[in-house]
Design a protein. Structure first.
Length: 467
């Protein structure tokens, strides 16, 4: 690895930090519009002021989250050009369409959020709800753009190379709809629904544990948790599907995820465990033949090992161990969430009520954090398992990295950390202030009737009006 430029480590570290920070916000950005509209529709259909109040407050959280996402997403966009000019310079014409789609979706979502927020109490209720319906589709369109770009990096298609190694004859459709796009997109989108549902429900589960057992907290828990519980087993099936696609389309990445050293049949499965540079595995739980069975449903399925390619074309032992730990952690969290969803379903189907056990709500309160951790692990698996390629089998990370001095990159990284601490600290402060204001409103006035306002939007406000 002596030919790796010194800029590579700080560039990768900065990109990893900013992506890991940004992805904390993504589940709410992608899925909270749908959760909010489900609650909004429920409130309108049943003339339920509590449901409408929850939807209104969730829309405010959605707007604040979107504003913070603007900052973190913009930083990521600049980092692609500043840290990886080699990739954009050569391959931008091929996969840049994904970022273009994401930018338009981002703009459309900003407009729709503004209209939706403005419409509370200013528009007829039905009109307001209908104007909010495009919001989830705009959020899904943004995810479409990002996942199109990332899936292309994993399975690049839609171009030919000229004599100088530059891409020509670009086919946009083939570049977007690569073999990994479908599995990655649906796995990601459902993960966002699951995570946002558990994160939102976790707030009200915590309130339940603290003695707030009114209808406001029951409804605030039930709707997002039910959505997450329904999607949890779907996500598990999609996860199995994408792992199988990786096995077929990116066999070396699969070998890193499962720390398989030599190509062979009857491969064992290791739960955790550490791969050493000589190919031996220390620690973990070894289950004979299970890896081959999971990959091809037969113990004699041949699984490609890391040694099938030269050392310069595969992840290092350390990177493979990182990808393997992340993959196993993601699967472990997903398994626990399935058990939680099953607990919820059994109680609901048998007794037609929410579980009463405090332990259920303790676990539910932690499920949101666990889901975010699973999302982080999924991206670690995707990105680290692809190493050393930034464009799989076409361009190495070392070829794409900037020529800026490593010291300057470390200084920039430190600056980014300071900015992100301030940004996320501000996000938390704003959410806490909103929570306090809403609690005071509940104590003094309760849910406000959901009727159009008669005040001039930018004129003086009548007494008793509050957002």
């Amino acid at each position: 690895m002596t030919d790796v430029p010194p800029q590579t480590l700080p560039a990768r570290s900065m990109m990893a930090f900013t992506l890991a920070s940004h992805i904390i916000l993504v589940p709410l950005g992608v899925a909270l519009p749908l959760i909010t509209l489900i609650m909004h529709g429920y409130g309108l259909r049943r003339n339920d002021e509590t449901a409408l109040l929850l939807a209104r407050r969730w829309s405010a959280v959605m707007a604040v989250q979107f504003a913070i996402g603007v900052v973190t997403g913009t930083v990521l966009s600049f980092e692609f050009g500043l840290l990886w000019p080699g990739m954009l310079g050569r391959w931008g014409d091929v996969f840049g369409i994904g970022f273009g789609v994401e930018a338009w979706a981002f703009f459309l979502e900003a407009v729709l959020i503004g209209v939706y927020l403005y419409g509370w109490r200013r528009l007829p209720s039905r009109t307001h709800f209908l104007l909010g319906l495009p919001l989830p589709f705009a959020a899904l369109l943004g995810a479409f753009g990002i996942l199109a770009a990332n899936s292309w990096m994993n399975t690049p298609r839609g171009f030919t190379l000229d004599a100088a190694g530059n891409p020509v004859d670009v086919s946009i459709w083939k570049a977007i709809f690569t073999p990994m796009f479908g599995p990655q997109y649906w796995h990601f989108v459902v993960a966002m629904f699951v995570t946002a549902g558990y994160v939102t429900a976790g707030v009200y589960a915590t309130g339940w544990l603290r003695g707030r057992r009114d209808r406001y907290h029951r409804l605030g828990f039930t709707v997002p948790f039910t959505l997450a519980a329904v999607f949890t087993p779907v996500q598990f099936v999609l996860g199995d599907s994408i792992a199988r696609q990786v096995f077929h389309k990116q066999p070396v990445k699969f070998a890193a995820m499962e720390i398989v050293w030599n190509t062979d049949t009857h491969q064992p499965e290791y739960l955790y465990g550490r791969l050493r540079p000589d190919g031996s595995i220390s620690g973990g739980i070894r289950i004979p033949q299970l890896d081959s069975i999971l990959a091809g449903f037969r113990p004699d399925t041949k699984v490609t090992g890391l040694t099938s390619v030269p050392a310069s074309d595969r992840p290092t032992a350390r990177e493979a161990t990182i990808a393997h730990f992340a993959f196993d952690t993601m699967v472990f969290i997903g398994s626990l969430l399935i058990l939680l969803a099953l607990w919820y379903a059994v109680v609901w189907l048998r007794r037609r009520r929410l579980p009463a056990s405090p332990w259920f709500y303790r676990v539910a309160a932690c499920a949101g954090v666990a889901s975010v951790a699973a999302v982080e692990c999924g991206w670690i698996t995707t990105e680290v398992g692809r190493q050393p390629w930034i464009v799989y089998q076409n361009m190495r990370v070392a070829e794409a990295v900037t020529s800026t001095r490593a010291g300057a990159l470390w200084l920039m990284f430190a600056l980014v950390i300071v900015v992100y601490v301030f940004v996320f600290g501000s996000f938390l402060v704003v959410l806490l202030k909103m929570r306090s204001r809403w609690r005071r409103a509940d104590v003094t006035g309760g849910p406000a009737p959901e009727k159009p306002e008669t005040d001039t939007p930018y004129g003086p406000r009548s007494a008793g009006r509050f957002l």
